[in-house]
Design a protein around this ligand. Structure first.
Ligand code: NAD
Length: 479
C-alpha cells in the first residue's frame, strides 16, 4: 500500500506531514495512514501540472500520448489481481465486483488511448480567399474530484479522457479510498507518463478538495459525488471561472409493464439495487410496476431479493458493507423511519454468518407499496433499499418516473416496440435502457445527468469534447 501523495512524479508526504487513518469497511479497523494534503500541496501539484503541459507531455504527439495510455491499460491488466485486492480491502466490496472494476479501469485507458489520435479538427467553408481551420486543443490543467463508491473506475472515467487530449491532471480521491489512486499513479509513471502529467493529492474534501476546486490556475473541474458538494464545486468554478462537469446523485426508475419478460427482468432488477450495496449513483432504487401485474412481479422480485446475501470481500457474496459508519447510520435511519411510518416490508436480504463485529453492514430491504412522493421514493438513499411503486398506464409511469429532482438513468421493461420508443423519449434521464440495465457499465456509452443529477457528459467519445476546447483559425490567402 502506497502511503504518500504523488506530485510531479514523486511520492511525497503532505507539506504539513499530517496524515489521517483509512478504515477497512468490512472490519472497521485502520488499514493505513494517508497524507492529509492541503492548499500548499494542491499549489505544488497544479504547478507541476502546468510544467508538464509546458514540457515533454505538452509536446508529445497524439499518437505517443495514446501509446502511453495503452501501456497504462496493459500495466493495470498485468497487476489486475493486486489492484482488485487493494480496492476490495479499501471499499469492502466483494472481490468479484472489485475485479470487474479493475477491468473497467483498464478499459477506460484502452478506449481513450486508442481514441487519442482520432480527434480531428474541421475545415469550415467561409468567404472566398479564406481557409478556416477548427482545431481541437486540450484545456490545460484539469482537476478531478472523485467519490469512494467505485474509486478505480471513477479515476479511469474522469482522468483517462483528459490525458488522452493532452491535459495535465490533478486528482483528489475521496478520503475513504485513496489507495487505488496512488497505485494507478505509480503504474502510470512506470508506463512512461511524464512527471507532472498526473498528480494525486490525497486529503479531506473541505481541505484538499476545496483548495483544488478554487485554484486559480486550473482550467476545468470534473466532479463526481453528492449534490451538496456539487453545488460547492459549481460555485467555486463560477468564481475562477472554469467549466465543470458534475456527475451527481440519482433515483433511477426500473419501469416494468405488464408485457415484460419477467424471467429476464427480475435478476437484473435485484442486481441493479444491491450492486455495490446500493452505493451506486445509477442504482435502480425505484421499481415502478404496472398494477395489472403488481402481485406477480412483486412476489418474484421479493423472492429473489430475499436470497441476497451480504458479506466481506473474501466471502464474495452479492454485496459488502457500506463505506463508513456515517453512511451506515444514514441508510439505517431511512430503513427505520420507513418501518416506523408503517411502509410494508416485502423482503429482506440477510447478513452472512461470522461477519466482523466492527464492519458497516446493513441488511438490504425491499419496501412497497411506497407512495411516489414519500421520502423513501424521493431521496437518494445510497444503500441497498428498493422502493416499489405501482402505476396504471404509460402516462402515470412517466409522471412517477420524472417525479423526483433527479434524472440520471432509467430502464423500461416491455416487449411493445412503440412503447419502448415513447418511454425512452418521455423519461428524463441521461441514459435509458430498454429490457436491460447497466448500472455503471459501458465505457463507450455517453453518460451523465439531467436536472439535479448534474450536467456534462463522461464516457464515450463525447467525454473528449468536455476536456478540450476549439480554436478557430481564420487565414486569408486570397483567391
Ligand atoms: P461527496 O460529495 O461527499 O464526496 C465526493 C468527493 O468530493 C470526495 O473526493 C470528497 O473528498 C470531495 N469533497 C467533499 N467536500 C468537498 C469540498 N468542500 N470541496 C471539494 N471537494 C470536496 O460524495 P460521496 O459521499 O463520496 O459520494 C456519494 C455521492 O456521489 C452520491 O450522492 C452519489 O450519487 C454520487 N455519485 C455520482 C456518480 C455519477 O456518476 N453521477 C457516481 C458516483 C457517485
Amino acid at each position: 500500500m502506497i502511503d504518500k501523495m504523488f506530485i510531479g512524479g514523486r511520492f511525497v508526504e503532505a507539506s504539513t506531514r499530517e496524515t489521517f487513518p483509512s478504515l477497512n469497511p468490512a472490519t472497521g479497523e485502520v488499514i493505513g495512514q494517508v497524507p492529509r494534503g492541503g492548499k500548499a500541496d494542491v499549489d505544488r501539484a497544479v504547478a507541476e501540472a502546468q510544467a508538464a503541459r509546458a514540457g515533454e507531455w505538452g509536446r508529445m504527439s497524439a499518437l505517443e500520448r495514446g501509446r502511453v495510455l495503452m501501456r497504462i491499460a496493459q500495466r493495470i491488466l498485468d497487476d489486475a489481481e493486486e489492484l482488485a485486492q487493494l480496492e476490495a480491502l479499501d471499499t469492502g466490496k466483494p472481490l468479484t465486483t472489485a475485479r470487474n472494476d479493475i477491468q473497467v479501469l483498464a478499459r477506460y485507458f484502452e478506449f481513450y488511448g486508442s481514441a487519442a489520435d482520432k480527434v480531428h479538427g474541421e475545415v469550415i467553408p467561409f468567404l472566398n480567399g479564406y481557409t478556416v481551420n477548427l482545431l481541437r486543443e486540450p484545456l490545460g490543467v484539469t482537476a478531478h474530484i472523485v467519490p469512494w463508491n467505485y474509486p478505480a473506475q471513477m479515476i479511469g472515467r474522469s482522468v483517462a479522457p483528459a490525458l488522452a487530449m493532452g491535459n495535465a491532471a490533478v486528482l483528489k480521491p475521496a478520503e475513504d479510498t485513496s489507495y487505488s489512486a496512488l497505485y494507478i499513479a505509480r503504474i502510470a509513471q512506470q508506463a512512461g507518463l511524464p512527471d507532472g502529467a498526473l498528480n494525486v493529492v490525497t486529503g479531506l474534501g473541505e481541505e484538499a478538495g476545496a483548495a483544488l476546486a478554487s485554484h486559480p490556475d486550473i482550467d476545468f473541474i470534473s466532479f463526481t459525488g453528492s449534490n451538496e458538494v456539487g453545488t460547492l464545486i459549481q460555485t467555486a468554478a463560477a468564481h475562477t471561472p472554469v467549466k465543470c462537469v458534475l456527475e451527481l446523485g440519482g433515483k433511477s426508475p426500473q419501469i416494468v409493464f405488464d408485457d415484460a419478460d419477467l424471467e429476464r427482468a427480475v435478476p437484473v432488477i435485484v442486481r441493479a439495487i444491491v450492486q455495490n450495496a446500493g452505493q451506486t449513483c445509477t442504482a435502480g432504487s425505484r421499481l415502478l410496476v404496472q398494477e395489472s401485474i403488481y402481485d406477480v412481479c412483486v412476489s418474484r422480485v421479493a423472492e429473489a431479493f430475499a436470497r441476497v446475501k451480504v458479506g466481506t470481500p473474501d466471502m464474495d457474496l452479492d454485496c459488502g458493507p457500506l463505506m463508513n459508519a456515517a453512511q451506515r447510520t444514514r441508510v439505517q435511519r431511512y430503513i427505520d423511519d420507513a418501518r416506523a411510518a408503517g411502509v410494508p416490508v416485502l423482503a429482506e436480504g440477510s447478513l452472512a454468518d461470522g461477519l466482523p463485529a466492527g464492519g458497516f453492514f446493513v441488511r438490504p430491504v425491499m419496501f412497497g407499496p411506497v407512495a411516489p412522493d414519500a421520502v423513501l421514493a424521493q431521496d437518494e438513499v445510497f444503500g441497498p433499499v428498493l422502493s416499489v411503486i405501482p402505476f396504471r398506464d404509460e402516462a402515470h409511469a412517466v409522471a412517477i418516473a420524472n417525479g423526483t429532482p433527479y434524472g440520471l438513468i432509467a430502464a423500461v421493461w416491455t416487449e411493445n416496440g412503440g412503447r419502448q420508443q415513447r418511454m425512452a423519449r418521455a423519461v428524463r434521464a441521461g441514459q435509458v435502457f430498454i429490457n436491460s440495465y447497466g448500472a455503471g457499465g459501458g465505457v463507450e456509452l455517453p453518460f451523465g445527468g439531467t436536472r439535479r443529477s448534474g450536467h456534462g457528459r463522461e464516457k464515450g467519445l463525447l467525454a473528449l469534447e468536455e476536456v478540450s476546447t476549439t480554436k478557430t483559425v481564420i487565414q486569408f490567402h486570397g483567391e
